[in-house]
Design a protein around this ligand. Structure first.
Ligand code: GDP
Length: 425
């Protein structure tokens, strides 16, 4: 069984906790894109964990975790993440963590370039997380990166680093007028950071191919959501990687594999980090109330997230591009305080109403068309069965299911592993 768990919206839908819950039935969990520019929060009996790079299955003893070739890996961040988990008692060995030798390494100068570019842009900035993700993906496609496998051939590194740094300084030093990058510093960084990591690096393609033939269950864990996909999202305010389920097998290292199931994670309202069009955005007190109720602050950066009502137009599009077979609707409990629940049911662009998700400048001009549903006005965090939910909450779920056109299989009503309802047909 090959399943992909992906975000339907702008990210931060609560994928981490759903992977943590659903990973019970899977032998191998694979991260296939992105870097440490987003975070998954998982709360279980061992504590609260924020995972930026490691797959969420790392918190389960019997699960093997893969970091695929589609990822970009900041070695210092990864070593820090492993150290923190080990301090909390999580066991991490080459048996339960395998890193693709083909994943690109995010170097300190990628972070530097990210910061320099956001500064240069000033008010026109993209709202980058400044973790070097855009620059390292750019360099990957220029074929000017180190890959994890290079760490296994340390003698070749001085020559490779020298060539890369000479090229990069054309931009950092001659372009931005910043201090030149020194090859020795990059080499020292690589040596220090790779000492513990080298033993995790391997050819994950052959490992996964064998495991698939043995009939193992694989789960692909996405970071961010459909609307942040480099091709299908709100370009250019997207991430630099493919967040779409169909990319999963490629970014994992098994491009021949076919997905059996795509589970879309969709939040009961909207949130969005950084710049870019966010049509249904709330402002002022209305926004503060929802942000506080949902704890909407970035897991990786602590930035307050922009928030808004559930957006039917964007979510239906998200389900479509992800090819979602079923949905986990998260954080429904957060809406308990609302008298009436706003929902964005259409956009209006240049005076014309549309239910199509738009891209480019038309999306920038779109205005939300809002409708209100009855609030449920009671704490639903203790509900564990459909029958426990108030009628208004069921109406809200069914309304969303109907409008986005995808079956809602799970509804989460709290952050802990067991805080969810399995929806019967
Ligand atoms: P991810 O990147 O998609 O995993 O999402 P984040 O980790 O950024 O955001 C999810 C946040 O919501 C975390 O703090 C979770 O603990 C929390 N969370 C997840 N599901 C629920 C839920 O059903 N109810 C509430 N109240 N919080 C939840």
């Amino acid at each position: 069984m090959l399943t992909s768990i992906v975000g339907i919206n702008w990210g931060d839908e609560g994928k981490g906790r759903m992977v943590d819950l659903l990973s019970q039935e899977y032998d191998i969990i694979i991260r296939y894109q992105g870097g440490n520019n987003a975070g998954h929060t998982v709360i279980n009996d061992q504590g609260k964990f924020i995972l930026n790079l490691l797959p969420s299955g790392i918190l389960r003893e019997t699960t093997v975790n893969i970091m695929g070739n589609g990822m970009v890996i900041d070695l210092a961040h990864l070593t820090g993440e492993i150290r923190k988990l080990r301090e909390a008692g999580v066991v991490i060995t080459p048996e339960n963590l395998k890193i693709s030798d083909k994943a690109a390494i995010c170097l300190p100068y990628h972070v530097q370039q990210d910061v320099l570019e956001e500064e240069r842009l000033g008010d026109a900035k993209f709202g980058s997380t400044k973790r070097g993700i855009g620059p390292v993906y750019g360099d990957k496609y220029m074929k000017k990166v180190l890959r994890m496998g290079d760490l296994l051939e340390p003698d070749t590194l001085p020559e490779k680093v020298e060539a890369l740094v000479n090229w990069k300084n054309l931009m950092i030093e001659k372009g931005y007028g910043s201090e030149p990058v020194k090859p020795e510093e990059i080499l020292t960084w690589l040596r220090e950071q790779s000492s513990d990591l080298s033993r995790f690096i391997c050819d994950v393609t052959s490992y996964l191919t064998d495991e698939i033939h043995k009939g193992k269950n694989l789960m692909f864990e996405a970071q961010l959501g459909a609307l942040r996909d480099i091709d299908f999202g709100i370009f250019p305010y997207t991430s630099s990687s493919s967040t779409i389920a169909a990319y999963g097998p490629i970014g994992a290292g098994i491009p021949f594999a076919k997905l059996d199931n795509v589970i879309g994670i969709m939040k009961a309202y909207s949130s969005c980090v950084g710049e870019g069009p966010f049509t249904a955005e709330m402002f002022g007190e209305e926004a503060s109330a929802l942000r506080e109720a949902g704890g909407e602050y970035g897991a990786a950066t602590g930035r307050p997230r922009r928030v808004g009502p559930f957006d039917v137009v964007a979510s239906r599009y998200g389900c479509m591009v992800q090819g979602a077979d079923e949905i986990a609707l998260t954080k429904l409990d957060v809406l308990s305080y609302m008298e009436k629940i706003p929902v964005c049911i259409a956009y209006e662009v240049d005076g014309i109403r549309t239910t199509e998700f738009l891209t480019g400048d038309r999306l920038n001009r779109a205005k939300p068309v809002i409708e209100y549903l009855e609030g449920f006005r009671q704490d639903i965090s203790g509900c564990r069965k459909m029958e426990d939910l108030p009628a208004q909450a069921m109406d809200y779920i069914r309304y969303i299911e109907k409008t986005v056109g995808c079956k809602i299989r799970y509804v989460s009503v709290g952050p802990a592993r067991e805080d969810y309802i399995l929806m019967e047909d």
